[in-house]
Design a protein around this ligand. Structure first.
Ligand SMILES: Cc1cc2nc3c(=O)[nH]c(=O)nc-3n(C[C@H](O)[C@H](O)[C@H](O)COP(=O)(O)O)c2cc1C
Length: 367
């Protein structure tokens, strides 16, 4: 039966033997109080684990300047590393492969999240306008950022390196560098934000320099076979759009080849706003063709479209966000073509350690 379902065919990603192509997308859940991963995440992630399945953990801060949302986890302290260990162990016990998404929000933050109430850091000093958060309720306030000087940038690159080391120490199989969605790395990549005149701004090559320095540092620290990156060249979240997303995506795909990283994960152009699918003529195919390693796509996929993407060679892996959030046994449901639980947006980001988190039902075991 499985041979007929492309999403459920095995795939070799570097030295990882995946038993299927249905990946848990990184999903911020805002239940990590004081930036410490909590014991309730053990159940949450182990529910979504299948033998030989790949999971990407929620965005996880690389340093004490990386945060911009309440109760998101970090991986810069010993305590955080220790707190991740039982979560990673639970995933491994069920045979899962677990990558940690390492993250810096940059200017998508305010004084309240920063050490000593300092300004958030960014590629720029242009502030963001206040905006309604993804939960649709709160209005997020942003403080004017401090534009990193050329000399300050190596320290931030080093924060990513140290976080990657910590992720391996916590037991993760690898890291996904969060280069998407308007956060710090994207604030360097995109010409709507990056207004620098030093070697990190101006030309496409210069705008990509920070991202590639982070990749290089992380690769040198933990090995290319443990490194992935997520990019969203077409998205314009957090006022981070680009005038030529295709050139940006292609330049990055080509530049990443020289590091031999494990995978490149790109968000579909149709995800123009978070959570809304708008069909566009743009495609990730040129980047897929340019990138030599494993290519993962995400954004608005269902079972049918995921199968199509695998069978026609558009992607090697498909990451599912909202459907996997609401269906802990998503690969099995795809195998059986079973109905899916609907997701409840109202509970995506609440603090509850159970509701909207670990209480989505599994298929009846008799089905
Ligand atoms: C609740 C929620 C939290 C998310 N958190 C993250 C995150 O931490 N990192 C990230 O790169 N994307 C994040 N995303 C985006 C998802 O990974 C995914 O790209 C998006 O939901 C589109 O895929 P889907 O249509 O399968 O849900 C989040 C999305 C949702 C709905």
């Amino acid at each position: 039966m499985e041979a007929d379902i492309p999403l459920l065919s095995p795939y070799k990603m570097g030295h990882f033997d995946l038993s299927h192509r249905v990946v848990l997308a990184p999903l911020t859940r805002q239940r990590s109080f004081n930036n410490i991963p909590q014991p309730h995440a053990i159940l949450y992630y182990s529910q979504r684990t299948s033998k030989g399945g790949l999971l990407i953990a929620e965005a996880t801060g690389v340093s004490n300047t990386a945060q911009g949302y309440p109760n998101t986890p970090g991986i810069w302290t010993k305590e955080q590393v220790e707190a991740w260990k039982p979560i990673v162990d639970a995933v491994h016990e069920k045979g899962g492969i677990f990558f940690c998404q390492i993250w810096h929000v940059g200017r998508v933050s305010n004084y309240g999240y920063q050490p000593n109430g300092q300004a958030p850091i960014s590629s720029t000093d242009k502030p963001l306008v206040p905006q309604v958060r993804a939960n649709g309720i709160d209005v997020a306030q942003f403080s004017p950022p401090h534009r990193l000087s050329t000399e300050e940038i190596p320290r931030i690159v080093n924060d990513f390196r140290a976080a990657a080391r910590n992720a391996i120490e916590a037991g993760f199989d690898g890291v996904e560098i969060h280069g998407a969605h308007g956060y710090l790395i994207d604030q360097f990549l995109k010409d709507q934000v990056n207004d620098r005149t030093d070697k990190y701004g101006g030309t496409l090559e210069n705008r990509c320099r920070f991202a590639l320095e982070v990749v290089e540092a992380v690769v040198n620290e933990i090995g290319a076979d443990r490194v992935g990156i997520r990019l969203s060249p077409f998205a314009n979240y957090c006022e981070a759009g680009d005038s030529n997303p295709e050139a940006l995506g292609l330049y990055m795909a080509n530049s990443l080849n020289k590091f031999g990283i494990c995978y490149c994960h790109m968000v579909e152009p149709r995800m123009i706003t978070v959570g809304e699918k708008l069909e566009t003529p743009h495609s990730l195919l040129p980047m897929r063709k340019a990138f030599n390693g494993t290519f993962m796509v995400a954004g608005g996929y269902d079972r049918e479209e995921g199968n199509k993407a695998i069978s026609n060679g558009y992607a090697d892996l498909v990451a599912y966000g909202r459907w996997f959030l609401a269906n802990p046994d998503l690969p099995r449901r795809f195998e059986l073509n079973a109905p899916l639980n609907r997701y409840d947006r109202n509970t995506f980001y609440i603090e509850d350690p159970v509701v909207g988190y670990t209480d989505y039902p599994f298929l009846d075991s008799n089905t």
